[in-house]
Ligand binder design. Structure first.
Ligand code: NDP
Length: 278
């Protein structure tokens, strides 16, 4: 049996061209002295996702991150999953079996990254999650797991919010209201100017987390900062989830400082909707 040396990593998405994951992971690989390792974009249209994922270990990949729109599908391709990835129903991290086996282990590092980044303890607090995609599932699960008393979910397509809320034990809402923790998990803001909620609502929120990052500060982050509300931006979440994935891929601690510097430096090109992905 040929043992393939696995020193390649990447991010699977469609589209994925403007992801800053290669920048932050390559910076962490360099900081850790992992010579010969490389992290790259892996553009993957949905019909080819399964074939591509199964081919990666043989091509020298130790693991891959997963972003829009594949987080749900990635979990179904895995041969094993962490309890939290299974409970969330979505994965952003795939680790390929060592020693030439065909195992694919799935995890979700978005969830712990969101909780770790919060400027307040979510225990006993209310939360509003905007969106019903892969990252919204992680946010809802993580907030409930961390002790939030009431987690409301709003989505453009109401059915999506209802399904997610029923599966994870949250509450679907058709109108948004203020909450102690507001988390934006929609793609709104990628192009800069748009707000996912009425700016006035933010004044009554305890803190705002925007998973979206764009070339410039998103409108949501700018609006919350102008109101003096504590804010966690998408680059902080990127570094948080990316560093946890890095440790699973390599077994080595990630330099968050190197990742942060690279995230800030790697301003994207022309960001398209859904184009600036994790
Ligand atoms: P999905 O494709 O799974 O979900 C996208 C969500 O955005 C859906 O709820 C969708 O609603 C909503 N949406 C899309 N366009 C609009 C719009 N014009 N108005 C209102 N809602 C809209 O994506 P993910 O959950 O994986 O990612 C969501 C965002 O979070 C992305 O921008 C991604 O880059 C970012 N992200 C960032 C991370 C980071 O590390 N910073 C980590 C994870 C995600 P509908 O169901 O109606 O289509």
């Amino acid at each position: 049996m040929t043992i393939v040396s696995r020193t390649r990593l990447g991010v699977l998405g469609w589209p994925v061209a403007h992801s800053r994951s290669p920048a932050i992971h390559n910076a962490a690989l360099a900081a850790a002295g992992l010579e010969g390792w490389r992290y790259q974009l892996l553009p993957a249209p949905l019909p080819l996702l399964g074939e591509l994922v199964r081919a990666l270990p043989g091509a020298g990949f130790a693991g891959a991150n997963v972003t829009i729109p594949h987080k749900r599908a990635a979990l179904s391709l895995a041969t094993g999953a962490s309890d939290r990835a299974r409970a969330i129903g979505a994965a952003n991290t795939l680790v390929f079996g060592r020693g030439g086996s065909g195992e694919i282990d799935a995890d979700n590092t978005d969830a712990p990254a969101i909780i770790a980044a919060l400027p307040l303890d979510p225990r006993g607090r209310t939360a509003l999650v905007l969106g019903a995609g892969g990252s919204a599932r992680a946010a809802v699960w993580a907030l409930l797991d961390a002790g939030a008393t009431s987690v409301a979910v709003w989505n453009r397509t109401a059915d999506g919010a209802r399904r997610l809320a029923t599966e994870l034990g949250a509450r679907a809402v058709s109108r948004v209201g203020a909450a102690d923790v507001l988390v934006n998990c929609t793609a709104v803001g990628l192009l800069g100017g748009e707000l996912p909620v009425d700016g006035e609502l933010l004044a009554d929120c305890g803190c705002v987390v925007d998973l979206v990052y764009a070339e410039r500060e998103t409108a949501l982050v700018a609006c919350a900062r102008a109101l003096g509300i504590p804010v966690v931006d998408g680059l902080e979440i990127l570094v948080g989830q990316g560093s946890l994935s890095f440790e699973r891929f390599t077994g080595v601690a990630a330099s968050r400082q190197a990742m942060r510097a690279a995230a800030g430096a790697a301003a994207g090109g022309n960001l398209a909707p859904n184009g600036a992905t994790a």
